[in-house]
Design a protein around this ligand. Structure first.
Ligand SMILES: Cc1cc2nc3c(=O)[nH]c(=O)nc-3n(C[C@H](O)[C@H](O)[C@H](O)COP(=O)(O)O)c2cc1C
Length: 365
């Protein structure tokens, strides 16, 4: 299957798998697609270890790294050394009390006092070291969520021979990304898991394809070969997927989350600011409902919201309060009912795509 994207990156199949799990990334790249590791949760030292592992397990096949460099966030003008302290001071006491009360109402045990990661890689200061680590490895693609990456980061990647992709949820975003030198636009519809806009994949893809001259990948709601064929019919030159890898054999998704996804319908997700402060599609449950309730103090801007809730989410994950455990998930979870290997998911996408294209070809006769 050849498109401008497969030629650009030297891959056999225009299938991209976003995952925070190195095993999934390596398995998809070995199967002929391209695994892209989400760097967000890793410190630069941890990312170095993950990428070293992928280098050792990917059989020389191309893979990518995804960072989150938002175009705007609270505290963007603070110096890196004072960033965390100053941001912590911006979180109102009323918000802290709301989270404490919510957890107490669900009998979530107190914090062990262990310091967690409160900022993650979604500020310029925390994402740049991740980019530096990534570029020391033989990556083929650097992707950025949440707006156009800084122009100097795009240039640095290009100097290393690395192509740059960026996620767009409007044609206007896509044009801005191309202006800073992005090589591939990932047009992501509102169905998608994680940070997401308001326009559906079906409506968005042709608009983005018409707005830019670089190749476009279709993202949001792609779970089988028919959806892949639809994305390609709309003008995309490949597909970018996230949710479908949460339940593959190789994924490190916690058992409870895996069960929730396998049982969920496509109505069980919601676009909510309760995780990071920017709208993200999450599993809908008592956590997301609480932030929409009358008692809610409202969410805080990125990155304050995650700083406010990160310890709470960790405590929930270790407790029996599974009714509060939310995580990013797209509407496609409604059709994810079986655990398969990543290789089989890639194979099913390709065979379903071929069947769909042949069926459409047959209609012409
Ligand atoms: C659990 C999860 C975490 C995600 N985290 C990120 C992220 O850190 N960076 C990013 O660019 N996209 C992230 N995404 C979005 C994916 O890159 C992808 O665009 C999206 O999953 C595609 O839609 P789908 O979920 O319907 O396949 C995430 C998606 C999921 C499901």
């Amino acid at each position: 299957m050849r498109t401008r994207v497969t030629d650009m990156l030297g891959i056999e199949l225009p299938i991209f798998a976003f995952s925070h799990c190195r095993d999934v990334v390596a398995a998809v790249s070995r199967a002929g697609g391209m695994g892209v590791l989400g760097a967000l949760y890793f410190t630069p030292e941890e990312l170095e270890m993950e990428l070293k592992w992928i280098d050792d397990h990917v059989d020389g096949k191309p893979y990518g790294v995804d960072v989150v460099m938002p175009a705007s966030y609270a505290g963007a003008d603070f110096a890196p050394e004072e960033l965390v302290g100053r941001l912590q001071g911006m979180i109102p006491e009323g918000h802290r009390a709301f989270v404490d009360d919510l957890l107490a109402a669900h009998n979530v045990p107190e914090s062990s006092g262990e310091a967690g990661k409160v900022l993650l890689g979604w500020t310029d200061a925390t994402a740049r070291p991740q980019v530096e680590v990534a570029l020391r490895h033989p990556i083929a693609l650097l992707a950025n969520a949440l707006g156009p990456p800084p122009a100097d980061v795009v240039e640095l990647a290009h100097q290393h021979g690395v192509k740059v992709a960026a996620l767009a949820s409007t044609p206007r975003h896509a044009v801005k990304q191309v202006e800073v030198g992005v090589d591939i636009v990932v047009a992501q519809g509102t169905e998608a898991g994680g940070h997401t806009g308001e326009i559906t994949t079906m409506v968005l893809i042709p608009q983005v394809v018409d707005a830019v001259d670089v190749p476009v990948l279709a993202a949001g709601g792609i779970g089988d070969g028919r959806q892949m064929a639809a994305g390609m019919a709309l003008g995309a030159e490949g597909v970018w997927t996230g949710s479908i890898w949460l339940t593959v054999e190789e994924a490190d998704t916690p058992a409870m989350a895996r069960q929730r996804i396998l049982a969920a319908t496509s109505r069980d997700t919601v676009r909510s600011r309760s995780w990071t402060g920017k709208p993200a599609r999450l599993l809908k449950n008592e956590w997301t409902d609480a932030w929409e309730s009358e008692d809610s103090p409202g969410t805080l801007p990125m990155p304050l919201q995650f700083m406010l809730v990160s310890d709470a989410l960790r405590r929930i994950g270790r407790s029996d309060a599974s009714e509060l455990a939310t995580f990013p998930a797209g509407q496609i979870i409604g059709t994810m009912n079986q655990v398969k290997s990543a290789k089989d998911v890639v194979f099913d996408l390709v065979s379903g795509y071929i069947e769909a294209v042949e069926r459409l070809g047959g209609l012409e006769k």
